[in-house]
Design a binder for this molecule. Structure first.
Ligand SMILES: [Zn+2]
Length: 144
């Protein structure tokens, strides 16, 4: 509403709107909670701020990082698909249909040499911390 804008409240509630003049601030906001960079129809590249349906290896290579390095750098879970939610769902449905899902459900420690190397330890990602925190808060309110 107009009143909110006059008080400056809308700027705090809408970092996307505020970002247009200062993209680096807006990216910093997303970096604090990288889950927010993944939206229903688009995913924001946290390096350059460009928006895509899917963050391709080709694009990431332009920044000199692999998908794995990108996830590590910004605190995404290792299994996080670098694509918008709509596309992610589409691929998940296709995977189930083709029977791929059952193969993916193998034990990561067996399939992933990197995990074996670290003796089964895995770092807790920022994404995981934020998700756990949200879950605790939701539980504190008596659930959604
Ligand atoms: Zn980029």
């Amino acid at each position: 509403m107009d009143r909110a804008e006059a008080t400056g409240v809308s700027v705090m509630l809408e970092p996307f709107a505020a970002s247009k003049s200062r993209p680096e601030d807006w990216l910093a906001v997303l970096c604090r909670d990288p889950r927010r960079a993944v939206e229903e129809e688009q995913i924001v590249c946290l390096v350059c701020g460009a928006r895509f349906r899917q963050l391709t290896n080709t694009h990431l290579r332009g920044h000199g990082v692999s998908a794995g390095e990108y996830k590590q750098r910004f605190g995404y879970n290792r299994g996080r698909p670098l694509m918008c939610h709509a596309l992610s769902r589409l691929y998940a449905e296709r995977a189930v249909q083709s029977g791929l899902a059952s193969r993916i459900r193998s034990r990561p420690i067996v399939a992933d040499p990197e995990l074996r190397r670290r003796g089964g330890m895995r770092p807790v990602t920022l994404e995981e911390l934020l998700t756990r925190r949200d879950a605790r808060r939701a539980a504190g309110r008596g659930g959604p």
